[in-house]
Design a binder for this molecule. Sequence first.
Ligand SMILES: Cc1cc2nc3c(=O)[nH]c(=O)nc-3n(C[C@H](O)[C@H](O)[C@H](O)COP(=O)(O)OP(=O)(O)OC[C@H]3O[C@@H](n4cnc5c(N)ncnc54)[C@H](O)[C@@H]3O)c2cc1C
Length: 387
Amino acid sequence: MVAEPASANGSSAHRPSSVIVVGGGLVGLSSAWRLGLRGHDVQLIDAGNRPGHPNGSQAALGVLMARVFHRSSGRNWRLRQQSLELWGQWRQELASRGLPIPWRQGLLLLAASSADLERQQLLSADPRRQTLGLELWDQSRLEALSPELPSGALGGLHSPDDGQIDPGKALEAIARDSARLGITALSDSAVALEPVGEGWRVLLESGGHSEAAWVVLAGGVGLRGLLASLGRELAMEPVLGQALELERVDAGAAHTPAWNWPGVINWQGANLIPRPDLAGGHHFWLGATLEPGQAADAAALSALRSLNGSAPGWLRQAQERRRWQGLRPRPVGRAAPVLEAIAPGVLLASGHYRNGVLLAPATAAWVLEQIESGRTDAQEPAEQPLG
Ligand SMILES: Cc1cc2nc3c(=O)[nH]c(=O)nc-3n(C[C@H](O)[C@H](O)[C@H](O)COP(=O)(O)OP(=O)(O)OC[C@H]3O[C@@H](n4cnc5c(N)ncnc54)[C@H](O)[C@@H]3O)c2cc1C
């Protein structure tokens, strides 16, 4: 596993490098921040929320699903476990600087079929998960939860360590700590890369340019042009996700019984996230759809809203307060995420698909490790290199 250097909490780097990070979503921003904490000279370039460059991190639900991942070995398992642990450390670190990130602890994965139940039994019996506190919940335990769960749940697997962070608040906290370190985002689009001396020149849409020894490409779905300027190609399919913020109105706002769910509820891939911190205390998030392409489909949102017909009454009655959408970068023909040194001094950290919030810390640790070790070869993963 790639470990974040033990001293990545504020001490200076051995040999500071100059680094340009392209992309200010959670992946790029986190990488810039960790590099800045180590004393590297970092410049962040971010095109912002423009058509063609939508920022998926601002749309995300922030569910961190590591302990109940369906595999228990391999790169993705390791990255998830490392990330969950680092998120715990990062939250503490940021809170100690007056920048707390709200955290909802716990996740209950519901079983909708006997095949789901079997899978959950296997996960809870997995020797690698024995210390993780996973617990199988039977139907009587689910029935004691309030508000009522989707109809048809046969059982569930509870994970006390997984949970949810608010991605907007995480972006804000990390951006503020980055600003304290002198890292600010240059609002521009990077259009091409060319080698210069010992490093790289990044050409900007505005006509200017920036130079550094290292470039980190963390632009989600927006990297095609930059890669083409290096003669590289990475097929990345955008997968749109829609999500809703709803408010319970079932018992009248003042008398609505409190939530006693043990965290986020995941039902057939949809997440239900109580947000007692939002106005009135009865709000929750519901998401997200999986729609290949960039156009939002009303039918997909309506299927999510009704949980494909299994939404309980209180959920059907809930009032919509906000809806939003975003794009996830999904690498085509290879595993997510794509972490690869694609040229000496150029790191690609993209294609996080459905788990960019979860995997931002492990990605930042990988970036830091590559730069501090001066490595230019692909270490993680040892999979198909780019064409
Ligand atoms: C509805 C929804 C729900 C989700 N829920 C979860 C969840 O619960 N948990 C989870 O872990 N993940 C979740 N995700 C996935 C997660 O949002 C993505 O994996 C993550 O946002 C990827 O982060 P990123 O930093 O790579 O890309 P982004 O957040 O998309 O950021 C990329 C940034 O780079 C900029 N950029 C791109 N190209 C250029 C360029 N050439 N020059 C300058 N800037 C550029 C863009 O403007 C953008 O600001 C969800 C996604 C969606 C849409």
